[in-house]
Design a protein around this ligand. Sequence first.
Ligand code: HEC
Length: 97
Amino acid sequence: MKNKSALFAIAILLSLSPITLLAEISGKVIVFACSSCHGNKLKALNLSQNYINHELPQTLLAFKYNNKYATIMDRISKGYTDAELGYISDYLSGENQ
Ligand code: HEC
């Protein structure tokens, strides 16, 4: 009985970890793709912590849905799901490092 519960717990942990891992990697990998234009962790944009937490997700969604003028960010943001665009600010604000 004890062994069965231990196996059950391990099975749950194993089934959850890829999901967590994917969420953790996404922000980092996406931001890496932005670095060619904006530098490491978007440093060239000089974004404040407040902007990263509150305005960045909205700005990226606005680019994606053509609500903010862009020459290229509209095309780049369309390459990601809405959730993935949210991972960007999660990663930059220190969550999911
Ligand atoms: C090919 C170069 C390029 C890449 C790659 C790129 N950007 Fe941009 N980014 C731009 C340009 C150019 C602008 C100005 C808006 C426009 O013309 O599209 C911009 C604007 C922005 C802005 C708005 C800044 C402001 O002050 O209004 C944000 C935020 C941003 N980019 C985030 C990102 C993120 C996040 C990624 C990665 C998913 C990324 N960018 C990838 C070129 C790039």
